[in-house]
Design a protein around this ligand. Structure first.
Ligand SMILES: C[S@@+](CC[C@H](N)C(=O)[O-])C[C@H]1O[C@@H](n2cnc3c(N)ncnc32)[C@H](O)[C@@H]1O
Length: 199
């Protein structure tokens, strides 16, 4: 499929699923990638539990929650909400996150801390899906993956964002996950790559 046709198909799906309204919240995550997050969340098992590391002002959380709403799921969002590593510099983004995600407030647990500090108690049980989109440095991504992977059920998913030459660490850790033999690629949409845990 050509890029133009794929874009058209994505736009039709975005409107058909009634998630166009969420596109007004700014994100570096593309429309097609946000559609893919919605699609993945909406096929998770009933009462699915998901985790997002790096929620920023809530755009990707909106799409994950829109999908999770179809399966009565729940999302744990982890962020300092101090705009770490973002190109526009340090600032408090928590109020903006809360305002943007208000439609799904009852489905979201907010954990305001560094991802390296999250514990079993923060997560609250096995995960069906984890989205890693915080600090994109190699050491940080490896630490996020190392911490999160054991929480994901066999058959569950991890998605990495920004597999892009700008962020080589993301691709390196993605490759390490594949090389472990415990994860298989199930979908790639632009710089979003989704792995399924097989063992
Ligand atoms: C690329 S943005 C996330 C974008 C969001 N997932 C979306 O698609 O709209 C990265 C976010 O991760 C947060 N962040 C960066 N390093 C972090 C860390 N070590 N622990 C927790 N949050 C972090 C930043 O504050 C920022 O809000």
């Amino acid at each position: 499929m050509t890029f133009e046709l794929q874009h058209l198909v994505d736009e039709l799906k975005i409107y058909r699923h009634g998630i166009q309204r969420h596109m007004s919240v700014f994100s570096h995550t593309s429309r097609g990638e946000r559609l893919a997050l919605y699609q993945l969340a909406s096929i998770l098992p009933p009462n699915a539990r998901a985790l997002e590391i790096g929620s920023h002002i809530g755009s990707s959380a909106l799409f994950i929650c829109a999908g999770l709403a179809r399966v009565h799921g729940h999302l744990v969002c982890v962020d300092t909400w101090m705009n770490e590593t973002m190109p526009d510099g340090a600032k408090d983004t928590f109020a903006e996150f809360q305002a943007n995600t208000a439609p799904y407030r009852s489905m979201i647990t907010q954990i305001r801390k560094m991802s390296g500090e999250i514990t079993d108690a923060d997560i609250g049980g096995p995960l069906d899906f984890a989205f890693i989109d915080g600090d994109h440095g190699e050491v940080a991504v490896r630490e996020d993956f190392r911490r999160v992977a054991p929480w994901v059920k066999v058959g569950g998913y991890i998605a990495f964002h920004d597999l892009d030459p700008l962020f080589p660490g993301v691709s390196i850790v993605f490759g390490e996950a594949l090389a472990s033999g415990s994860w298989q690629i199930v979908r790639i949409v632009r710089s979003l790559a989704v792995l399924r845990r097989v063992s």
